[in-house]
Design a protein around this ligand. Structure first.
Ligand code: MG
Length: 438
């Protein structure tokens, strides 16, 4: 064919054969364009003392909506107001299919960004959008993230004891119930083993008289407890311990070194987020695996740690860092750099955030472990599809989207009770009254 005729024939040809165009249209069948019609903020105590905030994004397609968690136990009403007064008017009318675009434009919408309130707002929006997309596709969210990379999501148990003997008993019982991973805490909550009881020790006249945290005492007590437990239960159970940021610099290094012979699965939050550079020093002197990040909200905090390989597990809370969109990016970067995820749950957490973590966990080769969280029967009734944990593994409902729904009437029966002192997290001090990082 002459060149001129060839060009002519190209111009004359239809852009796409009719049959192919029909195929393309049929692939979109059932997925007409939709918009966000309404946004509802749902607050509930769950029939307990929870301070849960959920976001329901309602689309223009009848019956199609998504649910996300904006869980914040300490600034609950600030998050609820940010959703109602700032996100809602901006979000209505937008296309819920464009999750990445909405995430980024919602992030820049506030000009100041990566704060704990705003990232929970983004997290709630993001989870609800993934829920909608999954329902639209007729598949669980994890299927859209690549499908299952594991058969189920392994969880670690929480146990504690007030004596070394109680610790052995608790670990043994947990292992017998099916948990392979067990987090062991000692005595009086976080920092337990390091507190000088109220009114004891060398106190300042007229000064602080409450329980006083002492780093040296903690560094002496806890490794000895784990040594005793290992001597009784052996090295079968994978043990974890949460320092809850109670140590500073060289005490953190000493603690990690002393825990090394106990072959920990990980030590959690050895240092506060204000002391992250010390992890590089810890890494140089011992191989105790480090898990960090439950109070992170800003990517600038966790990405350098991953790139430097100065920690082993990233344990952000999915809702707190902006939802599934951010969590799966963390998981992917962890995978590339050889780290693992250990997304945070914890007592005041909610079933929607738990499931958001579950979908990222089960679809990521970088999944390490998930923190367990059990909910009372009325929560399973109020949020049907709440994940179940059996013998150390978490199971989702398998339904499309996140796989969970909310009974709004039931949620409304349990209004949120505002926290004491405005919901503030407690303040801990050392013996001279100095505030310590909790
Ligand atoms: Mg923790």
């Amino acid at each position: 064919m002459e060149r001129r005729n060839f060009l002519k024939s190209l111009l004359a040809a239809p852009a796409m054969p009719a049959a192919a165009a029909d195929d393309y249209t049929s692939r979109l069948k059932g997925l007409p364009p939709i918009t966000i019609k309404d946004v509802k903020v749902i607050a509930t105590s769950g029939g307990r003392n929870y301070r849960w905030i959920f976001l329901k994004i309602i689309t223009s397609e009848p019956g199609l909506y998504g649910i996300g968690s904006a869980n914040d136990n300490y600034q609950t009403l600030a998050v609820a107001t940010a959703l109602e007064k700032h996100l809602k008017p901006w979000l209505i009318g937008k296309d819920p299919d464009r999750i990445e675009d909405l995430w980024n434009s919602a992030d820049y919408r506030t000009y100041w960004r990566s704060g704990p309130v705003n990232n929970k707002v983004l997290g709630a929006m993001d989870e609800a959008l993934w829920d909608i997309k999954g329902k639209r596709a007729g598949m669980p969210v994890y299927e859209m993230l690549g499908g299952r990379a594991h058969d189920a999501v392994a969880c670690y148990d929480h146990v504690s004891g007030r004596t070394k003997e109680q610790c052995v008993e608790a670990v043994t019982k947990s292992a017998e119930s099916g948990y392979r991973h067990i987090r062991l805490q000692y005595a009086e909550g976080y920092g337990g083993g390091g507190f000088i009881p109220a009114n004891q020790g060398s106190r300042v006249e007229g000064g602080y008289q409450g329980p006083a945290f002492d780093e040296d005492q903690y560094v002496d007590t806890i490794p000895a407890v784990f040594e005793y437990v290992r001597s009784k239960v052996g090295f079968g159970p994978k043990l974890l311990h949460d320092v809850h940021s109670h140590l500073e610099g060289t005490n953190a290094i000493l603690f990690a070194k002393k825990m090394e012979p106990m072959h920990m699965f990980f030590v959690e939050d050895l240092l506060a987020p204000e002391r992250l550079d010390w992890y590089k020093e810890v890494r140089k002197v011992c191989a105790t695996p480090q898990a960090v990040g439950e109070v992170f909200s800003n990517p600038a905090e966790y990405y350098p740690l991953i790139a430097e390989r100065s920690v082993d597990f990233i344990r952000t809370r999915v809702t707190a860092i902006g939802g599934i969109t951010q969590a799966r990016k963390i998981a992917t970067v962890c995978e590339v750099f050889g780290l693992k995820t250990a997304f945070q749950e914890g007592g005041e957490n909610d079933p929607v955030n738990q499931l958001a973590a579950y979908h990222v966990d089960i679809s990521s080769p970088a999944f390490g472990i998930q923190e367990e969280n059990h909910f009372p029967p009325q929560v399973h009734e109020m949020l049907p599809g709440t994940a179940e944990i059996r013998k150390g593994y978490m199971y989702g409902s398998g339904r499309p989207g996140l796989g969970i729904d909310i009974n709004e009437e039931m949620a409304a029966k349990y209004p949120i009770v505002e926290g004491r002192n405005g919901g503030a997290y407690g303040t801990e001090r050392n013996i001279d009254g100095t505030v310590i990082i909790p």
